[in-house]
Design a protein around this ligand. Structure first.
Ligand SMILES: [Zn+2]
Length: 383
């Protein structure tokens, strides 16, 4: 699992003059029929340009030494073959003893980039699709704070406050007083929990919040939440804080996350469909979206999960289409691609747009997009 601190570390890293190697490689499950060579072989060939630069006498000696270290470290990591299926992103700058491995939950294209800083855009594009949810479970004296991210759950913090527990010696006025005292302590506890949560939320960069506990505890805690956290509240659930297992927490949190994401996906598709109907800045369908992507008009792209299509790309100006041996913009030869949707996703990401995969039931015809400006007319495809 990628933590906020890890991505932060990677984003902030600067080689300070030394080259930084960023490598993205797909990891196929064992025995996969679609595999185009095992990971080790693909990593090896991806590293060819690094080898060339490492041998290049015109490159500064310190940089070459660092690259030699990168080659060694990355090759060893690939040979270890302990990567789980999905996508691995590696960032290395041996001269500064910097090496980070990130497992991504969704594949992107195999790619190697050598630059002065880590090439993080594909990683961020994948990660931004996964919300980081803070899960609070509270009773009257204790609180557990968990994080749900990329379908994994981890405990972030525990809080405990003094509480009065079922005083069996108390009765009459004493009982009344103790009861009031207990309520007072519980209230103080809930207020403290809400405040701690506010601090954690900002520090950890959470997107959403879920709150669990007995129903009266849930309503007390949510009542104390600062305004900005109340806006992030995706849902609440009933759970016994004392007996809940991590699996219980995860299941409850995932149910809330799923419902939230479905709703969000449906809202995005509805927004695009409506905008198209009213001739506002939006696009529907593969062909129109490819044209919109070709002119960098896409602000937010909605992609039905699993949609793929062969197509063509012009590497000079970024023109994308389903067919055409020559580019409609510059007239040059196009490159055929097995999946032009993947190219579009990358283009949108490079243009600082966002991409949302739609897994919910919607009427989306494959692709849809919210645009930055109205589309210019499509150029006639040359014959
Ligand atoms: Zn072109």
């Amino acid at each position: 699992m990628t933590t906020h601190e890890q991505t932060d570390r990677i984003i902030r890293f600067d080689g300070g003059g030394l080259p930084v190697v960023s490598l993205y490689v797909k990891v196929e499950p064992d025995g996969s029929p679609h595999t185009d060579g095992d990971v080790q072989t693909r990593v090896n060939s991806l590293l060819d340009p690094v080898r060339a630069r490492e041998k290049d006498r015109s490159v500064e000696a310190g940089a070459r030494r660092s690259l030699r270290g990168d080659l060694d470290r990355i090759t060893r990591a690939a040979a270890d073959s302990r990567w789980k299926p999905g996508m691995m992103a590696l960032f290395s700058c041996a001269g500064h003893d910097f090496f980070e491995e990130v497992s991504l939950p969704r594949p992107v294209r195999d790619r190697l980039v050598v630059d002065g800083t880590p090439w993080v855009r594909p990683m961020l594009a994948v990660l931004q699709e996964y919300r980081r949810m803070c899960v609070l479970i509270a009773d009257d004296a204790a609180a557990q704070i968990w994080e749900l991210h990329q379908r994994e759950i981890r405990e972030v913090r525990q809080l405990r406050d003094p509480a009065l527990r079922k005083p069996d010696y108390a009765y009459g006025m004493v009982e009344h007083r103790i009861h009031n005292k207990g309520e007072e302590l519980a209230k103080r506890h809930h207020r403290r929990v809400a405040a701690t949560l506010g601090d954690l939320f900002r520090a950890e960069g959470f997107d959403l919040l879920a709150v669990g506990g007995q129903s009266h505890q849930v309503s007390t805690v949510t009542g104390f939440l600062p305004r900005e956290l109340r806006d992030r509240l995706a849902g609440t659930f009933t759970v016994d804080a004392a007996t809940a297992t991590p699996a219980d927490v995860r299941q409850a949190a995932e149910t809330i996350m799923d419902a939230y994401e479905q709703q969000e996906q449906q809202a995005l598709v509805a927004e695009i469909t409506e905008a198209v109907a009213e001739r506002r800045w939006a696009a529907l369908g593969l062909e129109t979206c490819l044209w919109a992507g070709s002119v960098s008009a896409i602000d937010k792209l909605a992609v039905t999960d699993g949609v793929e299509a062969p197509g063509v790309v012009c590497d000079r100006d970024g023109w994308m289409a389903l067919t055409g041996d020559t580019c409609a913009v510059c007239g040059g030869a196009t490159r055929a691609t097995a999946d032009v949707v993947d190219e579009l996703i990358e283009a949108v990401t490079n243009d600082s747009g966002t991409v949302r995969h739609i897994r919910a039931e919607t009427d989306l015809p494959g692709l849809g997009a919210r645009l930055r400006f109205p589309l210019p007319p499509k150029p006639a495809v040359p014959v």
